[in-house]
Write a protein that binds this ligand. Sequence first.
Ligand code: ADP
Ligand code: LRH
Length: 459
Amino acid sequence: MSDAFAAVDLGASSGRVVVGRFEDGHLELEVVHRFANEPVRVNGTLHWDILSLYRGVLDGLRKAGPVRSIGIDSWAVDYGLIDADGALLGNPVHYRDSRTDGIADRVRDIYGICGLQKLPFNTVYQLLAAEPTAQYTAAHRLLMIPDLLAYWLTGEIGAEYTNASTTGLLDVRTREWSWPLISELGLRSTLLPPVRHPGDRIGLFEGTPVVAVGSHDTASAVVAVPADGTDFAYISCGTWSLVGLELDAPVLSEQSRAANFTNEGGVDSTIRYLRNVMGLWPLQECLREWDSPDLPALLAEAAAKPALAHVVDLDDPVFMPPGDMEDRLRKTAGLPGDADRATVVRCILDSLALAHRRAVRQAGELAGRAVGVVHLVGGGALNELLCQLTADACGLPVLAGPVEATAIGNLLVQARAAGVVEGGLDAMRALVRQTQRIVRYQPAATIGAWDAAAARVGG
Ligand code: ADP
Ligand code: LRH
């Protein structure tokens, strides 16, 4: 079996099982299974199809063959509730469901405790929305999505730290559940399992150890950012763009709260200081509405369109829910009635590059750190137009890749726990730099045009 490990990585748009083989300082990746992640609306509520995802995981692990261990990561904030017999109480609800509308505004400011940006779907607000339901009353434990899958594989429960840090119920300073906050909000403290950390052994699946990794996908992605030094910003770019810095301590200033920056827990006690930018979600939704056209062809057409002709503030919550995306974009951007699809795509990508620039600059200002280079990882690294526009907008070089950063970060933490990889984040990143494809985009001399466009959408 050599030094092979399996990473289960569930993104909001697709899941995959990736086998990583570590040999003589080399890391070879094989995506052994990829499967769709298609939410389902039932009686008006948007759910994740968790059993279909679990089947994808099992199929993938079968295809992976013998490995030294298995690690699981997924998108953050969502959870399943299990009863006292361990049965799942209903399908987990999707964070884009409208059940949390208005809830966050009813809760006092908790930034000083959890350090999280106020997103309507943070677990704490989802739980307050669920609190009046029979399901909540019957619940014995809350398991975040990767913890739920690990429970199904091993029978062991726990709450992995990096993902628990996205709930709003973890104290950003102590890295433990904030019992006073949980009690103040009237939530049941017994729902929350003990916190475990990346590298901890969870249990066995058919004789193979399941090991905790940075189970928040963004935490795993940041591990695999191939940075050399500290003057970097990162963009983990998929369904969302998670844009920010790696810090040693949280930034909890009033300016940071007002700018809606988050302090999520990272691997090796780092802080992921970042903001959620709408990411490729608007593009994904348009492609879905257009019945999945040829993306590379559409991007080539978009690249030939004039730059910055139409821009929107992509962080406007109007773009958050699924459905009617093209219509919402056309209206918000004021596109002429005869604008073609490539114009819509160009509007999305110019606007996303502007949103990247805004978050990179604000992160640097709020944390007091100079940024010299932007690392862009995840599926967005395949979008050459977006990478170039991001470099142009930021006025900084963009280093794009690896595309499968999340799976790589997951694998690295497992390999380190097994003693196959040694050292801290620097050593792990050096291995990524040496073994993965990274493409450099130099900024064009067009910063004036980007400054003017940024002023049009409010900074
Ligand atoms: P998530 O983890 O949120 O599901 P990924 O990191 O897998 O997201 O990235 C998915 C995104 O990557 C897609 O929405 C798409 O925009 C982009 N992408 C995937 N393949 C390509 C490609 N060949 N060219 C350009 N963009 C791509
Ligand atoms: C990205 C992500 C992000 C969260 C969102 C819910 O996949 O985990 O970091 O904010 O999903």
